[in-house]
Design a protein around this ligand. Structure first.
Ligand SMILES: [Zn+2]
Length: 127
């Protein structure tokens, strides 16, 4: 019996957490090599380390959804807490929350995209 590529890259049971964490680190969910993305969030078609076809996984709208959900809760909560405790002028709010929202969104989007792809691989979900 020969190993086909599908047999080689089939995820072992109980890999969801590991694959999620590897994906969040922008690493291949199968081998952990830093090969998941070729750009900011462009998924590499194939892992150059283990041959996993990562281009088959489509995260679609899940990463932006999770990013908006998390960033919104952080920024709105922080803005309300600052306003309630310090009552700063409006220009302080404008100077703080716009850049923070942009920075958090840009930082978290690749993490969530990698995590979604890792979970898709571990659960056998193909796009
Ligand atoms: Zn790999």
């Amino acid at each position: 019996m020969t190993d086909t590529p599908e047999e080689i890259i089939a995820p072992p049971k109980g890999m969801v957490g590991t694959a999620l964490m590897r994906g969040m680190r922008r690493c291949c969910p199968n081998c952990g090599a830093h090969t998941l993305f070729v750009g900011y969030t462009k998924v590499a078609p194939v892992c150059t380390s283990c041959g996993l076809e990562t281009g088959n996984f489509r995260a679609d709208d899940a990463p932006p959804y999770f990013t908006i959900f998390v960033v919104g809760h952080i920024v709105v909560g922080a803005a309300l807490a600052v306003e309630q405790n310090y009552h700063p002028p409006l220009w302080v709010h404008a100077a703080l929350w716009g850049p923070l929202t942009l920075a958090l969104s840009l930082a978290l989007l690749p993490l969530f995209k990698g995590a979604v792809i890792g979970v898709q691989w571990a659960m056998g979900i193909r796009g």
